[in-house]
Design a protein around this ligand. Structure first.
Ligand code: ADP
Ligand code: ZN
Length: 713
């Protein structure tokens, strides 16, 4: 059966191999064992229940906490050609009835419902009367009272489930589960130890960064200016912040939307839609936003202030990069954030809970001050079972900014704070350091202080920023009151005494990322995707992921077969969208092939097709290859894709030019490939590749087929 699962992975989804944990999870479910899969966001949990659902007989019921999430999942399944639906309160009563009847008639492979649906006798009667393939709890941490999103209705299903006559195998999937939560889920839905798959929480494609002591609004403007076309979320701690920031950014001309609980349902829906459809690129939101968002091409998540705990932080930041492409997670820290979170916790009437929340807040604060790898810190917090090496990408791993020694400046600021009696805030302190003749400075006679005007070369803004940095680093604290007043900490005392240096990292705003794809082509493909999405009323990322578009921009496939080799393009997707994209990539591929741009280097390149060389392009490639150059070198020299060069060589071979096949494969490989080919029912390249061990690459297989005249080029 697992073979069948692998075929589905290929055929429906167009992925060549499973991600960590997927195969194990699917195998357990196919063997009828209740299974818990704990995998990071973007780890590919949906496939873990979708593939068994497509393999086993009957209808799969997926319990999902949020209505908006269901529609996305159903859209995605439709794009793979799978019969799926959801039944929830967003539908009219007659519509619900209709879908229920269709479900009873076995029309659907997947039905998504909210937990409350299990309170409906009609629904229970329906699922009792049909064969079920499985029941899956998506976002399963909601079932546990220890989880941070506990939903009582998730838990109260359990006794109802046990009464279902034809109860199928059960599955639970989550990205955020502490050991306590895991234990709870296991007990509730009877999962044995051996059927818990925990791949750890690490998100290798995310870079975690903490920025301290910068003006937050200025940082964000600069950030968005640098990458205006990428999708991202900015989380604020309050509605007011969201409103203000949204006002500011839209005024500056950024395509930003906003989302918080103070907006009407209609406004929120519209905002969410705009974001999902790539109408606005930046979403400014409170934590009310995101649970129902499956958008996979979110490239950054910026936290405007520190959230309340690591659980929320990781979940929110984790919405970046679900497609496996790089995601930038930036936390803009300032010490006032702590006061706000304390205030919010204090609103809780439950003393026990308050204590717990304070402990969690402290861990969050520590995250902002730790010097070790940020990803590692988070994994340790969740008792991640895997042995994780420092990520090499976070602020603490890279130090890609410049470190400046600011000890002397810090001493000036700290002594000034002391001389001012530790009763004032950053603004007035900055004025004194600058030497301002402000009314308030005069009123308190600060002109007489020895620290008055000792930092004249800085602007007040820069000084305020530096004071914020010192606060963030724990040299100053701001106290509890409504008007924060700066106070020295023990650390400050050792700085003043000269026992401790103060180093400040001046970081770049956006994370410099190497682009390995063709940005120009990518942009065009993205626009094509957007127009198809608008026509078909689907989110763009459901059509193809960013990763797939990037691959298209690199490989420029010129045929269906070449296109099907690209990750994320299966049969159905090719049928629906392939030709439209192929039209572009084929054109670019051919243009690259025949282009005869003069080289800029002083040494003329003999390898490019020069205008007076009237030999066909494939013969030029062939001759270069004959001279001993490898395909990669030729591709680079001629500015043509690798696959095309290979095709050139094969074509020459078919035309009777001699080919040294030893350069492609040895005898054993040739034998294996021919044997596999003989056993294939459907003699296509992709299934053939799948039936062979991974080391048999497409080029090798193709070469064998060409040699034996088994393929049309
Ligand atoms: P999760 O629910 O764990 O956050 P998803 O199921 O939404 O993650 O998957 C995230 C992305 O990864 C989706 O775009 C999905 O199609 C893709 N994906 C899943 N499994 C694989 C795989 N084996 N190979 C490549 N991409 C995959
Ligand atoms: Zn790191």
């Amino acid at each position: 059966m697992i073979q069948q699962a692998e075929n589905i992975l290929q055929q429906y989804y167009g992925y060549p191999s499973f991600r960590p944990g997927q195969k194990e999870a699917i195998t357990h479910v196919l063997e009828g064992k209740n299974t818990l899969a704990v995998m990071p966001t973007g780890g590919g949990k949906s496939l873990c229940y979708q593939i068994p659902g497509l393999t086993l007989q009957g209808t799969a019921i997926i319990i999902s906490p949020l209505i908006s999430l269901m529609k996305d999942q159903v859209d995605a399944l439709h794009s793979y050609g799978v019969a799926a639906t959801y039944i929830n309160s967003s539908l009219s009563h007659p519509e619900q009835q209709q879908r229920l009847r269709d479900m009873e008639n076995g029309r659907y492979s997947f039905v998504y419902v909210a937990p409350e649906r299990f309170d409906s006798p009609n629904f229970l009667a329906a699922i009792n009367s049909i064969p079920l393939s499985l029941i899956a709890f998506d976002e399963a941490h909601c079932i546990s009272q220890w989880g941070h999103d506990f939903r009582p209705s998730y838990r109260s299903i359990v006794p109802t489930l046990k009464k279902i006559a034809n109860l199928p195998v059960l599955m639970a999937l989550t990205a955020t589960a502490t050991q306590e939560v895991i234990k709870d889920i296991k007990e509730l839905i009877d999962v044995e130890d051996t059927n818990v798959i925990n791949t750890g929480f690490a998100r290798n494609n995310l870079s975690f960064r903490i920025i301290k002591g910068r003006d937050k609004r200025e940082f964000i403007s600069e950030y968005l200016t640098q990458i205006p076309n990428e999708s991202g979320i900015i989380y604020t701690a309050t509605r007011k912040d969201a409103d203000q920031l949204h006002y500011l950014l839209t005024k500056k001309g950024f395509a930003a939307g906003k989302y918080h609980a103070g907006m009407t349902e209609h406004q929120r829906k519209q905002a969410q839609m705009d974001f999902v459809q790539d109408e606005v690129t930046t979403m400014i939101a409170t934590n009310a936003f995101g649970m129902g968002i499956d958008k996979s091409n979110v490239r950054y998540v910026i936290h405007y202030s520190m959230p309340m705990n690591i659980e929320s932080y990781y979940q929110e930041a984790g919405r970046a990069g679900r497609d496996g492409e790089p995601g930038d997670c930036v936390l803009l820290f300032s010490s006032q954030d702590i006061n706000l979170q304390r205030f919010l916790i204090d609103q809780s009437p439950n003393e026990e809970k308050k204590k717990d929340e304070y402990t969690k807040l402290q861990a969050m604060v520590n995250y902002c001050h730790t010097h070790s790898c940020l990803q590692q810190y988070i994994l340790d917090y969740f008792d991640d079972p895997t042995d994780f090496e420092p990520c090499g990408k976070c602020t603490n791993c890279t130090h890609d900014g410049e470190e400046q020694d600011m000890t002397k400046e810090a001493q000036m600021v700290l002594s000034c704070v002391k001389r001012m009696g530790e009763r004032f805030g950053a603004g007035l302190t900055a004025k004194v350091l600058k030497g301002s003749s402000d009314q308030k400075v005069k009123q308190f006679r600060f002109q007489q202080l020895s620290t008055y005007g000792i930092m004249p070369n800085y602007t007040e803004k820069e000084l305020t920023r530096f004071i914020q940095f010192l606060t963030a680093e724990g040299y100053l604290s701001t106290g509890e009151g409504r008007y924060p007043s700066l106070k020295l900490t023990n650390e400050a005392v050792s700085v003043i005494k000269g026992n401790q240096p103060v180093l400040m990292l001046v970081e770049s705003t956006t994370k410099k990322q190497k682009t390995e794809y063709n940005e120009h082509y990518f942009e065009e493909l993205r626009q094509l995707r957007k127009s198809i999405a608008d026509e078909s009323n689907l989110p763009p990322y459901v059509i193809f992921s960013d990763a797939t578009l990037k691959d298209l921009s690199i490989y420029l496939p010129e045929s269906k077969e070449e296109m099907m080799n690209i990750k994320g393009i299966g049969e159905q997707k090719f049928e629906k969208y392939g030709e439209q994209f192929l039209e572009k990539t084929r054109r670019w591929g051919e243009a690259a092939e025949t282009k005869s741009t003069p080289t800029r280097s002083t040494e003329p390149s003999v390898h490019k097709k020069d205008p007076f060389d009237d030999r066909p392009s494939h013969i030029i490639s062939y001759e270069l290859w004959e001279q001993g150059n490898d395909v990669k070198e030729i591709a680079k020299e001629r500015g043509i894709g690798k696959q095309t060069i290979e095709n050139h060589i094969f074509r020459a071979g078919k035309e009777g030019y001699e080919i040294d096949w030893d350069r492609w494969f040895d005898e054993e490989q040739e034998r294996q490939i021919l044997q596999a080919y003989d056993q294939m029912e459907e003699r296509k390249l992709k299934p053939l590749k799948e039936s062979l061990p991974e080391r048999y690459c497409y080029s090798m297989i193709k070469a064998v087929l060409v040699k034996h005249n088994l393929i049309d080029e």
